[in-house]
Design a binder for this molecule. Structure first.
Ligand SMILES: [Fe+2]
Length: 217
């Protein structure tokens, strides 16, 4: 069953294509491993690799989509979650009851899903990433706050005493205005110089009306 893909079929020549090629390679390795009697062919190891590449590839794609304000981000990400859960389930089933798995069906399902997703769903966001579609800039030099809200949900666990700081920064950044861009720049520079608690303190000062930008060592 070797499956393959031309670069032109993905509509992309960069990281996404390299990811997809790697996923196909892993699937072909899985095919070889389940067909082989050679104990060197480690089916469990290939499934682990598949689980890892699926997660990494989806995360990269979702970052591209969020950064380009792709309007169908949520539905696309749901497809990713579904296949990631299935791959996790295959891994679990292989660990607990390997003989119960029908790898013919599993490989058919995974290769069909991958081809369908890459040649269908994935192709729809490429024009947005390339800047050929979508409203990435409202023409005023600032980012549309609504599209920002839609673009990214970040979940962090942090000490309660820092939660107010994070909320203040998030609200400031969400506004997308000049102050937000300055804050983003300051935070990026600080991240290279200070531990996170120091960054929070400096950002808090910066957000006070009229505060001066901090001097970097
Ligand atoms: Fe995708």
């Amino acid at each position: 069953m070797a499956i393959s893909l031309n670069e032109s079929e993905t509509g992309d020549k960069g990281e996404v294509f390299r990811d997809v090629r790697m996923l196909f390679e892993v699937l072909n390795n899985l095919h070889d491993a389940v067909r082989s009697d050679d104990p060197e062919h480690d089916v469990g190891g290939v499934i682990e690799l598949l689980k890892r590449y699926v997660v990494e590839h989806f995360a990269r794609e979702e970052r591209f989509m969020a950064d380009s304000n792709y309007p169908d981000y949520a539905a696309h990400a749901r497809e990713h979650r579904r296949i990631a859960e299935i791959v996790q389930a295959i891994g679990f089933a292989h660990e607990t009851a390997p003989d119960a798995l029908d790898f013919d069906k599993i490989l058919d399902f995974l290769s069909e899903w991958l081809m369908g997703h890459i040649l269908g769903t994935d192709r729809k966001y490429i024009p947005y990433v390339k800047g050929e579609a979508g409203d990435q800039d409202n023409g005023t030099g600032s980012v549309n706050p609504k599209s920002l809200r839609k673009a990214r949900t970040v979940q962090y666990t942090l000490p309660a005493h820092k939660a107010d700081m994070l909320e203040i920064c998030a609200r400031a950044l969400e506004s997308g205005d000049e102050r937000a861009r300055e804050l983003e720049q300051v935070l990026r520079e600080l991240a290279a110089h200070y531990p996170t608690d120091r960054i929070a303190a400096v950002a808090k000062d910066f957000l006070k009306e009229g505060a001066e930008l901090p001097a970097l060592d």
